[in-house]
Design a protein. Structure first.
Length: 116
């Protein structure tokens, strides 16, 4: 079973930047879509950004222009570059992959805390 492992979370001041990484234990081409989700305390998990196997991306409105999702196939890694961070970006961020037979895989999550 393919595993996803996130890293790169931490504490940052508002306006700062972080880059999250999601390392897959198999080729990224095992997935037709990779994505980042987040879940803030007391809120539902929400989609932040998604990237297809062909490289197409989409973002939730609140992060457009600030976050960038990318993939490095040679390293089986997906990234989320987060700039101009706001306190409302504070959440646990999860990596997600959907395989070609529609199975979902989730990472364990990484905490991002943005102080004001």
């Amino acid at each position: 079973q393919v595993q996803l492992v996130e890293s790169g979370g931490g504490l940052v001041q508002a306006g700062g930047s972080l880059r999250l990484s999601c390392a897959a234990s198999a080729s990224l081409f095992s997935f037709h879509t990779m994505a980042w989700y987040r879940q803030a305390p007391g809120k539902q998990r929400e989609l932040v950004a998604r990237i297809s196997s062909g490289g197409s991306t989409n973002y939730t409105d609140s992060v457009k222009g600030r976050f960038t999702i990318s993939r490095e196939n040679a390293k089986n890694t997906v990234y989320l570059q987060m700039n101009s961070l706001k306190p409302e970006d504070t959440a646990v961020y999860y990596c997600n992959g959907v395989t070609w037979n529609a199975r979902e895989r989730w990472g364990q999550g990484t905490q991002v805390t943005v102080s004001s």
